[in-house]
Design a protein around this ligand. Sequence first.
Ligand SMILES: Cc1cc2nc3c(=O)[nH]c(=O)nc-3n(C[C@H](O)[C@H](O)[C@H](O)COP(=O)(O)O)c2cc1C
Length: 193
Amino acid sequence: MANEENSVIMNIKTRRSIRDYLNKPVPEEVIRKIIDAGRYAPSGFNLQPWRFVVIENKEMLERLSDFAKPVLLKNLVGRTDPLAVSYMERLEDRNYNIFYNAPALLLVLGKKNNPLSDYDCTLCGGNIIHAAHSLGVGSCWVGNAGVIQQSEELMAELKIPVNYKVVVPIVLGYPRDAPPPPEKREPSISWVR
Ligand SMILES: Cc1cc2nc3c(=O)[nH]c(=O)nc-3n(C[C@H](O)[C@H](O)[C@H](O)COP(=O)(O)O)c2cc1C
């Protein structure tokens, strides 16, 4: 199909969330290139409200995961649906790391007092995951990591300014293998002509 010959569309269609990474750092220049693609995202009034934090320190990544797990577990208490139950089991596993042991966590921060900031940062995150994929870097948007903001201490250690919030947490790293493509439903489209 003509669409599939277009490299942008091919890149979009072949990206998938990676949850198993090689123990190999992503070079700084590659991370900078990925962030650079992020900053080209559109933003309301072109305010570009984002800032970025790149966490590569293994100990910090473990601390963040260890902080998040009990908070996530508490949020799921009482849920009986299979998805929640199986995620609760994972969260109870000492060896489970919410960042999948990726070598880097990129936080896209947005402005707290800008109502469009979440949209802007989400588009920035979209650019980031696709740019990463185009450079052979795997990624996974780990929305669950948002709970780290409940720790003032961690926010201070990460030097996150008080007027900013974590909107998009994305892990980056080299994939250990290529996971099978997840099912993508056919779109429901209503045409009004
Ligand atoms: C807003 C958002 C939050 C997500 N949070 C998580 C998460 O906390 N943990 C995780 O493993 N994947 C998370 N994902 C990844 C989705 O599970 C994944 O995109 C989805 O299963 C489709 O798979 P694909 O990305 O390979 O197409 C998140 C994705 C989005 C867009």
